[in-house]
Design a protein around this ligand. Structure first.
Ligand code: CP
Ligand code: NVA
Length: 307
């Protein structure tokens, strides 16, 4: 049995296999051919943080696959009143066929998975957002025909940035990450990315210069400067990101036909300008839609790996 907790646990071949499956399932969905790959299965969806995309895509996805999703907000289940993660995992995983969790510490997700009898999917932790990256990569494959990917991530060294480091270093493309000083990615993830890059041939460049990072990039991406759980640091963080807004001037340094991706929700006037956002809205909302297709593929793939 496999879990989907971080891209670190996956080989390039496995990630590409899931992407191919997502392309196939997306095509079937567009033809209104809802193949019941997960007939009668139940997906438990535990949310300790807010969500629009993750909730709607997983709930719709499992339904289209012939199963049903249970939305379990920590405000409503005993987890929110202090029942241990280990007990929650042992109860829920005896009743459902798969679990998705959105939580704070990555260790909480790992703890759940270690007690779970069924596959567990990371729906976002403070450290990683792997399902988002699968949707992002699927979107890049749809919009960019050439293989010479140069991705620039400009913003906070958060769960999205960490996940970009893993994706690029496993798949083997060029990634430039620019964060303000003090907002860098986690050092263990950077180390892991450099290690992976030696095998995959990826080029990983980490700096504090958005201009260097974006120069001639073919894909530009960012994320909110204030992630869920960091609300108290908002004022301080906003000051640190001076010069990190992706506006038309910044985008003009990238390739002329560069894509712009954003996992959403987006905060116009902070990490991205209204003009850049609207000029790239087709890419951004395809990326959001691809959450559905990529996650259906992840669920089907995990189901196939059961003992
Ligand atoms: N991108 C993303 O995960 O969105 P939600 O927080 O709305 O799920
Ligand atoms: N970095 C953001 C991503 C939201 C989808 C957060 O963790 O809030």
């Amino acid at each position: 049995m496999r879990h989907f907790l971080t891209l670190k646990d996956y080989s390039k071949d496995e990630l590409l296999e899931i992407i191919d499956l997502a392309i196939k399932i997306k095509k079937q969905t567009y033809n209104r051919d809802f193949v019941p790959y997960l007939n009668k299965q139940t997906l438990g969806m535990i949310f300790e943080k807010s969500s629009t995309r993750t909730r709607v895509s997983f709930e719709t996805g499992i339904y289209q696959l012939g199963g049903v999703g249970l939305f379990l907000s920590s405000n409503d289940i005993q987890l929110g009143r202090g029942e241990p993660m280990s007990d929650t995992a042992r109860v829920i995983s005896r009743m459902v066929d798969m679990v998705m969790i959105r939580t704070f510490g990555h260790d909480k997700l790992e703890e759940f998975a270690s007690f779970s009898k069924v596959p567990v999917i990371n729906g976002l932790t403070d450290k990683y957002h792997p399902v988002q990256l699968m949707a992002d990569y699927l979107t890049i494959k749809e919009f960019k025909k050439d293989d010479n990917l140069v991705v620039a991530y400009i913003g906070d060294g958060n769960n999205m940035a960490n996940s970009w480091l893993l994706l690029a270093s496993i798949i083997g493309f060029e990634l430039r990450v620019a964060t303000p000083k003090g907002c860098e990615c986690d050092s263990d993830v950077i180390e892991e990315a450099y290690k992976n890059a030696k095998i995959s041939g990826a080029k990983i460049i980490i700096s504090n210069s958005p201009q260097d990072a974006i120069k001639d990039a073919s894909v530009v991406t960012t994320d909110t400067w204030v992630s869920m759980g960091q609300e108290a640091q908002k004022e301080q963080k906003l000051k640190e990101f001076d010069g990190y807004l992706i506006d038309n001037d910044m985008m003009s340094l990238a390739q002329d036909d560069a894509m712009f991706l954003h996992c959403l929700p987006a905060y116009r006037g902070y990490e991205v300008s209204e003009e850049v956002f609207e000029a790239h809205s087709d890419e951004i909302f395809s990326e959001a839609e691809n959450r559905l297709h990529a996650q259906k593929a992840i669920m089907v793939w995990l189901d196939n790996k059961r003992d």
